[in-house]
Design a protein around this ligand. Structure first.
Ligand code: SF4
Length: 255
């Protein structure tokens, strides 16, 4: 396999952000997102065996004396799933007791990876320049430990992410749906998205969802009330009939 770099750092993305992690970056990508910050991984790299990658991960994971052993490894790129050995590497890491994350563009099918791998899958938004590349078969290959990520550069991207999430019922399908703002390029090649504007839009979406839930609950409560009133009316009719019958029987007995 062709490796761009292997290093130890703090995870900066997904719900694993903040945890110490070993990163294995594979060389090559078939997409060209406008805001890509790892273009250096498109070419070059070093040919390595899976065993030698595993050995380097083991050495980095052990760390220095007094440091805990790192058990989290992310296979990333570039696009790691362009190399078939990515799956073999994931299997070997799992067999050695590591928790394995695979970060992918979403353009490749993730269903060939071992089930235990946590898949962190992008859905490219229109302003990445790579919109429409998501492999829809991935939706069925993901489960409750996986995450879907939208990297958002504009209002248009936000609206795409919001609608895609609703249309494909992503909430509940995966562990987390992530809306990440594009961070500005330090060299000014692309602008970033104001994280506050994205947070405001998400807060408004939550408020609308909460209002919809509250309206749903009110409608359900009214339905329950209507049901109880109907039951009461039925019960009254039954009692009335029973009274009439009792009256008729009493008359007959007297008569
Ligand atoms: S898929 Fe990832 S590595 Fe490839 S161009 Fe897009 S951001 Fe860069």
């Amino acid at each position: 396999m062709v490796i761009s770099e292997i290093f130890k750092s703090i995870q900066g993305e997904s719900t694993y952000a903040g945890l110490p992690c070993i990163f294995v970056r594979l060389t090559g990508c078939n997409l060209r997102c406008r805001w890509c910050d790892t273009a250096y991984a498109f070419h070059g790299g070093t040919a390595r065996s899976v065993e030698s990658v595993l050995e380097e991960v083991r050495q980095l994971a052990c760390g220095n004396e007094g440091e805990g052993e790192i058990r989290l490894v992310e296979i990333t790129g570039g696009e790691p799933l362009l190399q078939p050995e990515a799956s073999t590497l994931a299997e070997e890491l799992l067999a050695n007791g590591y928790k394995v994350l695979v970060e992918t563009s979403g353009e490749r099918y993730v269903g060939e990876l071992p089930r235990e791998v946590v898949k962190i899958v992008d859905v490219k938004c229109p302003d990445s320049g790579e919109g429409g590349t998501f492999d829809m078969a991935n939706l069925e290959a993901l489960d409750g430990k996986d995450e879907i990520k939208f990297v958002i550069a504009s209002r248009r991207d936000y609206e795409f992410a919001r609608d895609f999430t609703a249309e494909h019922r992503l909430v509940g399908r995966v562990r987390q749906v992530l809306f990440s703002p594009v961070t500005p390029d330090p060299e000014g090649t692309w602008p970033g998205l104001d994280a506050r504007a994205l947070a405001d839009a998400l807060a408004q979406l939550s408020a609308e969802a909460a209002a919809r839930i509250a309206m749903g609950a009110a409608a359900r409560a009214m339905a329950v009330e209507r049901f109880s009133m109907a039951s009461m009316a039925r019960r009254t009719v039954e009692l009335y009939r029973a009274c009439l019958q009792t009256g008729a029987s009493a008359k007959a007995a007297k008569g």
